[in-house]
Design a protein around this ligand. Structure first.
Ligand code: LLP
Length: 424
């Protein structure tokens, strides 16, 4: 899927499916996150294409975009969920989806979160350390419930992605060290109220090659062999998420191709009967969204031209945080010689930029679409500079649904309290 496939330019105006983006800007204001339902469904189907007649479950990694409407859509399509907090579990429930199809990942699950997950009978805890395993056993014992667990093993393979989003190397905080996983499995099998259910691995995000996946899978299957020798039989393999998307010129494999190669390897190693879980996030929603923003000012300095827009690092922090590149297109492209601009926001930080050195022909008041903003955009937004979070809309053909209202400033300080006589 390309960043603009579901955001076509028709009669010189960029649309979301069949709705002109200027119409959305006029109706809901800017900045505005705009999602295409058809793009979400198409991304889902890319995975399903690789899962025909397979015993598999896609667990949407909802950290990437946890809007209830998106959860509901994926839930209705049959998705499970990869959650990383009690809050995410409550979102699954609030969206009317099934918590029994949720796997609980994350290095720091609190006792309260474990209790909540057991109450709602989540499918599996992906355990990241011995101390977490002990805590789960304790909480489950106190509740007289059984906790299904996988160990998240760290296979020590290089995902060949940005260091901040690589998770499968020894130096990363994630997972159980490969060398100690077997012993910890034996321990798990002996603990009260723990049911060993599977094995899990996730090596990083925005992967554009299949090789690291296969390397990790081989190491995981070596462990499955060793576990079988010790009489520990698993119910599922969880191969995590991480498949990349095209932001610029990347050419990530199609989901179905990746899955075909993974299943071929699993079968060749004799584990065709095991259920397989996947935890994709970005590849289900990344190119299903754009961030619509308005040019407030053009500023022409001696060495640089700036387009100051009304979206900022608080709406999309990926450029500031990872030096990430997002396409930025004019909603109504103008003819004529373009100027090279840095596209920056109003936040008081030099790191507040959305794109650098972009050739665009612009005038004040123009609308821009920041592409590939379906994932890790709204989900990572903040209220820095007391900026309200932007609204979110979902477009379905020519229908438009407001799926999150724009925040109101008074809500941002509603929880704050000023003590009496502060200065006295
Ligand atoms: N499973 C686990 C255990 C994860 O930690 C993640 C992402 C996923 C699945 C989903 O990965 P995906 O399919 O979306 O690549 N904020 C960063 C990405 C952080 C990824 C965190 N973990 C970014 O904007 O690039």
């Amino acid at each position: 899927m390309t960043p603009t496939q579901f955001f076509p330019t028709l009669n010189g105006v960029m649309h979301a499916e069949r709705v002109p983006l200027p119409q959305l800007a006029a109706q809901f204001g800017t900045p505005l996150y705009v999602y295409s339902k058809a793009a979400l469904v198409a991304a889902w189907e890319n995975y399903q294409g690789g899962l025909v007649n397979r015993n598999a479950l896609v667990c949407y990694a909802m950290k990437t975009n946890s809007n209830l409407a998106i959860l509901r859509l994926f839930g209705e399509l049959g998705s499970g969920f990869d959650i990383v907090s009690g809050g995410e579990l409550l979102r699954v429930i609030a969206a009317g989806c099934d918590p029994k199809k949720a796997v609980f990942s994350g290095v720091g699950k609190s006792a309260e979160e474990i209790r909540l997950a057991l109450t709602h009978d989540v499918l599996c805890f992906n355990v990241e350390s011995e101390s977490e395993l002990l805590r789960i056993s304790e909480v489950a014992t106190a509740m007289n419930k059984s906790a299904r667990v996988s160990l998240r093993v760290n296979p020590n393979v290089d995902a060949k992605t940005h260091p901040y989003i690589s998770t499968g190397l020894k130096e990363n905080k994630f997972g159980v060290e490969y060398e100690s996983a077997l012993d910890l499995y034996k321990r798990a099998a002996s603990l009260p109220h723990i049911e060993v259910a599977g094995i899990d691995c996730h090596i990083g995000s925005q992967l554009t090659e299949i090789r690291p996946y296969l390397d990790a899978l081989d190491k995981v299957l070596d462990l499955v062999d060793a576990l079988a020798k010790h009489g520990i039989k698993l119910h599922h393999l969880d191969l995590g998420g991480g498949l990349g998307i095209r932001y610029d010129k990347e050419e990530p494999p199609a989901a179905a191709d990746l899955l075909a190669q993974l299943f071929a390897r699993i079968e060749s190693r004799g584990y065709g009967a095991l259920k397989v879980l996947f935890e994709p996030g970005r590849s289900l929603v990344g190119n299903a969204g754009v961030l619509l923003t308005k040019v407030e000012y053009l500023k022409h300095n001696a060495d640089k031209n700036f387009a100051i827009v009304d979206a900022a690092m608080n709406d999309l922090m990926r450029p500031a945080l990872y030096d990430a590149w997002h396409g930025i297109d004019a909603v109504r492209p103008r003819s004529g010689v373009p100027t090279t601009y840095d596209i920056v926001g109003p936040v008081c930080e030099s790191g507040d930029w959305l794109g650098k050195n972009r050739a665009l022909k612009l005038e004040q008041g123009d609308l821009l679409a920041v592409l590939s903003a379906g994932s890790y955009a709204m989900a990572m937004s903040s209220n820095y500079n007391t900026r309200t979070r932007a609204a979110e809309v979902m477009v379905d053909g020519d229908a438009v649904y407001l799926v999150r209202e724009r925040e109101r400033v008074q809500d941002l300080f509603a929880l704050e309290r000023v003590p009496q006589n502060l200065a006295g």
